[in-house]
Structures are given as C-alpha cells and as structure tokens.
Design a protein around this ligand. Structure first.
Ligand code: GDG
Length: 577
C-alpha cells in the first residue's frame, strides 16, 4: 500500500471507520466545549487579555472566520512573560480575541490512542491539548520529523537518517491528530503549522472535511534534488496539495517547492496557483515577523531593570565590544563556524570583542544533537583556553535559557548581533536584535546569507556572510565593531522600517485573509440560484470569493440562469431566452 493511502486507510489499531463510532459524537463534543466554557468562568484557567488596548486586532475578526489552529506544540499563554516574538505572539491574540481553537500536543504521552483533547478556555478561544500515542511518538518526532525532514529541509544531506518505521509513525500521528481535529469540524477553517504535520490536511480530507485548510511552513523548503532524498517525498508532496493554501517564509522556499512539484509530480503552476486532481492550491510567501514596537519597549525597560546583570557582564568585558548570539543548540544554526570566526578575530585583534553565546539545549534525545553540543563545548573551551586571560573572557557560553527580560536587555546592550545559521526559515533572533536597538546608538547585525531574514535585509543593511566561511564572518565582525555611528544608524533605520512595515500581526492577518478567500461562501442573494439540488452547505460545490475566481462564479450563475426548469422558465423566474 502506498504510504499516503495508508495515512487515511483502515489499519489495525488505527482504523478510521466507521467515523460515527470512532469519533466523538458532535453533540457530546459540543457539550464538552460548553463545559470547558463554564469552567472558564473560574478565574484560574481562564486567561483574559490583561492589556487589551495593547493587542492589535487580528484579521480573524476582520475576516470573521472561526479558526482551528493545529501545531505540534502549543504556546504557553503565560501572561507573566511579554510576548516579544514568534508564533505565540502572533497566534495567542487570534485565540484570545477571535475565539479560535488551538490544538496541539499536551506534552504528555498516552497508551489510550483515542482519548479526546483536553480543552482549556483562553479568552474567547480554547487550547486543546492532546496526549499523543506513546508507541508512535519517538518515530514521529525524533524520527521522521527531526532526523529525516529537519535536515533535508535545511539542505543538510549528511545529517539525514531514519527508517520506514519512522515514516509509519509520522503517518499514524498525523492521522491521530486529524481525528482529534475532526471534532472541530463545525468551524470555518483549519490552519496547520510546520513540518511535523505536512500530511495533516490530507488526513482531514479523508475524514470528509471540505472546509478551507491552510498550512504554513516555518522551515525552509529545499531544491528538488534534496527533496529526492526524503523517503516517500512523492506521497508527502501529493498530500500537501490537499491544502487550499500553502505558506512559505521566502521566495527561495516558494520557488523550490514549485520546482519540486514540477520535477517530482510533473505539476506546473501559474503565479503560485497549482491545479491538482483535488482542486486548487495557492502557494504564497508570508515572511514571519515580530512585534517591533513591543520588543523595543521591552528592551529599553529591560536594560534598566536588568542593570545589575548587564553591568556585571560589561565589567567583565574590560573595554571589549560585546557581540551576542542566541540560538537553540542546533546544528543548523552554525554555532561551531561562528566560534571559529571569533577565534580568528581574537588572534588578529586581541580583546577587541567578546561573544556572549546563549545556546539553549534542544532535542537532547537525538544523538546528532548530543554530538553537536560536545563539539561546540569543546570549541569554546579550546578558544577560551587559547585567548582568555585572568582579566578577560573571550566567550561567555550559557546553555540555560534566559528570561525574555534578560534577553531583550542583552540584545540592546550588544554592539553586534551574530546570526549565522547554515540555513534558516526566517530567524526571529535577527529581527529581535534589530528591534531592540537604541535608535541613537544602534548595533550592527551580522547575518547569514542563508537565513530567510536575508531576503528582507539586504547588504546595505545587515553585513551578509557565508556561514560556512569563518574568515568571512571574522571580517564582518571586525567591520561591525569598528563601524561609524552614522553608518550604523543608516543601516539600522532601513531594517527597522521594514520590521515596522510587516509585523507578526500583519503576517497572521495576511494568512487568515488569504485562507478566508478559499472559504465556501455563497452570497445570501444567490442562495436560491445555487441551492438547487444541494441539501446543505457541505454538499454544495465550492464557489470561492477570490477575485480571480469571480469569473467562475459568474459563469456558473449564467449557466443556471439559462438552464430551463421543467416549466420552461429559468431559475430566476423569467422566460429562458
Ligand atoms: C523556527 C524556524 C523561524 C531563544 N533563546 C531564548 C529565547 N529564544 C527565542 C528567541 C526567538 C525564538 O526563541 C527562536 O526563533 P528563531 O526564529 O530564531 O529559530 P527557531 O526556534 O529555529 O524557529 C525559524 C521560526 O520558527 C518562526 O517561524 O524563524 O527559521 O527554524 O523568538 O527570542 N527566548 C527566551 N530565552 C532564551 O534563552 N526567553
């Protein structure tokens, strides 16, 4: 059996059929939702937006669309932490203000494969935490998602590993999450996130969902020859065509995806629109951003609040400039080459600059990550041993996460932000560093050419480098540390203007608006025309309101107009010409 068929087929232990028995009855589900809403009256689980005036409206309201968001992990909705960047900042308001449901892993595993999601009210919306099946979780997450897809999507073929069983588990968990998401089938649209869930839309369609389903990929998408190395890539890409809307971070990713469709599936596209057997899939770029205004405010406040912490660090610099690197300790982030680059700078210009490298531990259960950590730890010790003195530390290295306040203050205190991933979907750290700067004395961003952010920031703004060439990074670091105030302000202003022109809120609004365009919409005054022959909305063919499709709607209406009824009149009650 081909694997995509397997995703939606009956299989021992994971059967889809019959849906009515397998899935929670809608009435029971509605009851549970209502119970959760009542539980929300209890102030403890209910999270009410503390500063509603500071929250931007989302287009979920503008588009009046009742969304289901699905991702591997859920945001924390921790209001004691300012939301300065990332998905949480974008989607928490969509949940709290517009009543979306956000479904994802609860963080717990279960042997009971059909336990329903645990609903918690968050403002107007809900978070639905799912206990994922223990038997398939490692193959799905550490296996196919993080050991096969992750390196392939980042164009690192030597890092790809995995097995057919991992793909089986990946398929099983996607099918499992789809069954849980099916409980929300009365909502208007689904928005699925990231590479863990590439085939989720396919699984939802198998269950009979005909609502709009959109997908956003946070990572890069590679060239066709790289995708060739992913087992089952044909099935995966075909399954992605079940989405109405596919969002990518950059033109590079978008063009690679379209090239893959052409090379691997023989499908052409026009202006990002792909027609498959199922129907239309629109592929578009939606570059993720941050909330620069909020980040700048936090940075200024944090620098003042964290004065002790930062001034003790500044004392240790002993006159050297401060560079900062903030990354998950992931081999895609290029931390090893970066340290080699600093080694060159320390040799050529001793004590001119120090690096504060925050490298938070990630995916520790995967061997490649343990090995990368040992490699980076060793490099830091070697370089510090070679260049450090009693008075001066070349590299401050920290594996524990900082608070958002510390992070924002440190960004502002650093003269240079160093972001050198081998490949990155976007890289929010680059954007956060820019937003946190003092407008009157900004720092300089040294940025990998292969981070998605480099499609936004050009060489007149950031210092763009090849992340595989330590000498080139070293030259940029040296230039950044010596750059005149005038040039720093000029470069920074241009980047900040771009951040302000397209924020994280614009990103989510934009995606939701585009998804809404593929919604089943029949204007009330056309109902009497379109309603003939269809009993209810799900049975009606899709008529979309996207301008490009208006012509199609008009043609259909014209056809209905001219279609004679049994008494010879047309459907509008007049005589057929
Ligand atoms: C994926 C894609 C894409 C980091 N250390 C600490 C901390 N952070 C926060 C940063 C930033 C976020 O984590 C990291 O985001 P990145 O974008 O840099 O990287 P990934 O985690 O790989 O994210 C990436 C992103 O999704 C969004 O689409 O840009 O390309 O790989 O917000 O500030 N936060 C705190 N303490 C830390 O120590 N509080």
């Amino acid at each position: 059996m081909n694997s995509v068929d397997a995703l939606g087929s009956d299989r021992a232990g994971t059967s889809y059929a019959p849906q009515q028995q397998q899935l929670m009855d809608q009435t029971a589900f509605d009851q549970r939702l209502s119970d959760a809403q009542q539980a929300g009256a209890d102030p403890s689980p209910r999270v009410v937006s503390a500063q509603p005036e500071e929250r931007l409206d989302t287009s979920a309201q503008q588009a009046n669309i009742r969304l289901v968001i699905v991702s591997n992990r859920l945001a924390t909705f921790d209001r004691s932490q300012p939301k300065t960047g990332g998905l949480a900042a974008a989607l928490e308001p969509v949940v709290e203000r517009s009543g979306a449901v956000w479904m994802g892993s609860s963080g717990n595993l279960s042997d009971d494969s059909e336990r329903p999601a645990n609903l918690t009210q968050r403002g107007e919306g809900h978070v639905a935490g799912l206990d994922l099946p223990a038997a398939h979780y490692p193959g799905y997450c550490q296996g196919f998602a993080n050991s096969t897809l992750w390196p392939a999507l980042h164009s690192l073929p030597d890092r790809i590993s995995g097995s057919e069983e991992h793909y089986e588990s990946y398929s099983e968990i996607n099918a499992f999450m789809a069954r849980a998401a099916f409980d929300f089938r009365d909502r208007d649209a689904y928005w699925v996130h990231d590479y863990h869930l590439l085939p989720l839309g396919f699984c939802l369609r198998k269950l009979g969902i005909d609502r709009p389903i959109g997908f956003f990929l946070h990572t890069p998408w590679p060239a066709p020859d790289m995708m060739e190395r992913v087992p089952n890539h044909h099935e995966l890409m075909r399954s992605m065509l079940e989405y109405d809307l596919l969002g990518f971070q950059t033109n590079w990713d978008l063009n690679n995806f379209l090239a893959c469709l052409y090379s691997h599936l023989g499908l052409a596209s026009e202006d990002g629109l792909v027609i498959s057997e199922r129907g239309r899939t629109l592929c578009r770029k939606f570059p993720i951003g941050i909330d620069p205004k909020q980040f700048a405010e936090n940075a200024a406040e944090s620098l003042a609040d964290q004065n002790d912490y930062i001034s003790s660090l500044q004392k240790k610099l002993n006159g050297a400039k401060l560079a900062i690197g903030i990354d998950r300790l992931d081999y895609t982030k290029g931390i090893d080459n970066r340290i080699e680059a600093f080694n060159h700078v320390f040799a050529a210009e001793p004590r001119s600059i120090s690096l504060l490298q925050i490298a938070t531990l990630t995916r520790p259960e995967i061997e490649a990550y343990g090995e990368y950590k040992r490699n980076v730890d060793g490099l830091v010790s070697r370089v510090n041993g070679e260049h450090g003195t009693d008075e001066w530390t070349p590299i401050f290295y920290e594996n524990n996460p900082l608070t958002q306040a510390q992070l924002a203050g440190l960004y502002r205190a650093a003269h240079v932000g160093v972001v050198t991933p081998l490949r990155d979907g976007m890289n929010l750290v680059a954007k956060e560093y820019v937003a946190a700067q003092d407008p009157n004395d900004p720092g300089v961003l040294v940025l990998s050419k292969f981070a998605g952010a480099a499609e936004d920031f050009n060489e007149n703004e950031a210092l763009l480098v090849d992340p595989t060439r330590p000498e080139e990074i070293a030259a940029a670091l040296s230039k950044a540390a010596k750059m005149s105030l005038e040039e720093r302000i000029q470069r920074w202003r241009a980047m900040m203007d771009k951040l302000e022109a397209y924020t994280i809120h614009n990103w989510s609004e934009d995606f939701i608006r585009e998804l809404d365009n593929s919604r089943v919409t029949v204007p009330a005054d056309q109902f009497r025309n379109l309603g003939f022959g269809w009993v209810n909305e799900p049975q009606m063919p899709l008529y979309r309101t996207r301008p490009a499709l208006d012509a199609e709607l008009k043609r259909t209406l014209d056809r209905l107009w001219f279609l004679p009824t049994t008494n010879g009149a047309n459907h509008m009650g007049g005589a057929a010409p």
